[in-house]
Design a protein around this ligand. Sequence first.
Ligand SMILES: Cc1cc2nc3c(=O)[nH]c(=O)nc-3n(C[C@H](O)[C@H](O)[C@H](O)COP(=O)(O)OP(=O)(O)OC[C@H]3O[C@@H](n4cnc5c(N)ncnc54)[C@H](O)[C@@H]3O)c2cc1C
Length: 580
Amino acid sequence: MTDHFAIDTLETDILVLGAGGAGLCAALHAADRSPNLSVTVVVKGLLGRAGCTRMVQGGYNAVLTPPDSIEAHFLDTLAGGAWINDQELVWKLVTEAPGRVLELEARYGCFFDRLPDGRIHQKPFAGQSHDRTIHKGDLTGIEIMNRLTEQVWRRPSIRALEEHRAVELLRDDEGRVAGALVLDIRRGALVAVSSRATLLAMGGGPTMYRVIACSADKAADGLALGFRAGLRLRDMEMVQFHPTGLIVPNSLMTGALLEEGLRGAGGRLVNGRGERFMERYDPARMERSTRDLVARACFTEVLQGRGAPHGGVWIDVSHLGADVVEKSFRGMVRRCRDFGYDLARGPVEVGPTTHFMMGGVVIDTACRTDVEGLFAAGEDAGGVHGANRLGGNGVAESTVFGGLAGDSMAEWVAERPRPRARRSSVDAAARRVFVPLERSGGESVYALQSRLRDVMWERVGLIRSGEGLRSALAEIADIGQRVETAGVPGGLAYNVAWQDWLNLQNQATVAWLIARSALERAESRGSHYRSDFPQPGAELFTVCAGFDGGARPRIWTEPVRLSRLEPGGKPVPATIEVGD
Ligand SMILES: Cc1cc2nc3c(=O)[nH]c(=O)nc-3n(C[C@H](O)[C@H](O)[C@H](O)COP(=O)(O)OP(=O)(O)OC[C@H]3O[C@@H](n4cnc5c(N)ncnc54)[C@H](O)[C@@H]3O)c2cc1C
């Protein structure tokens, strides 16, 4: 196959795979720390336009002024994550986030909403003990991504490969990561990019579910590539379902998000009978309860026959006053209007939507992975959010750890020679990419895609059981095998079916990891709910995934390391060694 398709080559010092908040901050930090280094950013779509950071509506959690405190942000994040977070990563997040916000404004040119006295405005979000969420109206991600993108274009040492997708990581003879094989989607041609340090920043992406809120260009590519390269993953069972996705009958817009600020500002959730049902699930916090709980409550109301006409529930903010809603939630008012709803003046039908993956690659506080030369940041990394992410901590994670990864990679490459990718690994990866184009007929990619989405939504979704997970695993394995025999019509350039075939391979791999990890966690915790084990267990543990030394995947558990606080907030005894 590689005889027929020439592979272009490219050399760079630092290779950033993905261009959301994590990828762009990494590129900027690496370039600014060492301007002599060449940095290449690979992005599936257009720079600044693809991925979820641009979709951030609500905002960014960082502690700016008392009475809020770093300790409170730390404790809220651990409590929200049901105490299985990596506490050193959380501490890094909460201590670095204030500085990153200042950097976004003072160095990169973002401008967040302010109080009349000039201080940055911070709004309430669920699961927070203080109003902590910094924002630009309800279009915060657009502000951040536009400014970061402008900064990237201004730096000559950063090159962007737009509409290119990473298809495999390349290794050298010593097992180090030596770059990535990248497919130029426009031409349908491969580029072997040789690099001295490589970052996974492809933003996870639970697009293997039927109803999604996240950017459809993502396909969990970073997690699948990392897994195939031998990385350890953690918390893969922890998939976040956001409670308030729009319901638009017969439209792909079903699942698009109405952000948490609505509930933070006093929005009410009401079932088909007009009852404020959160009274039954969390009477103290009501709609400001954490996402996992609210999403399951919405789902349960519908399952038990108390839903609204199209299988959802209602969110109502009209009592806040039409002027307030129109001013504070401009983006959402517009989006609802497009689908015939008037958010400022009446209820809108919503339901749970698949939003975010808490699980991901195991990293340390410098974003290093288990494999030399490979780093990970943002939604591709696991450990920060534990069993449930708090609203506002996602974009904080991507920009904080993206920046840290850029610094680490710039430091890392300074004293290291360039690894050389094994030719055999390039050829094998290339062969795999082109295989479906040579087949005529075979299974339909779209039938398989639709089957996977249904299995994940129905059996690996908000409410899981051992029986459902076991049958889902068998079906996912079958789908995975059938994808390998599917053919795609069309040529090389801009072949959407071919891209979807590549997506589906990775989605099936990661779907299997989610379901298998969910089976391993025989308890309910955070976003993971098992109807056969409805309570949390006594032990705190992490579910890990990797390979057993050969070609067989392995799932195992490890006790959670409580390096700073015990559940409830008591400091761990001082004799226990803590990280930095
Ligand atoms: C609708 C919505 C609203 C949200 N609102 C908030 C909020 O208010 N506050 C908050 O904190 N968080 C929010 N989040 C979560 C937040 O968006 C994420 O936590 C964060 O943006 C992830 O950043 P990232 O850089 O890891 O990934 P992304 O920003 O998703 O970027 C991933 C990048 O990788 C690229 N990519 C993917 N696959 C490949 C490949 N194979 N090759 C090359 N490139 C690839 C994509 O094109 C994209 O450029 C929201 C998410 C959604 C979906």
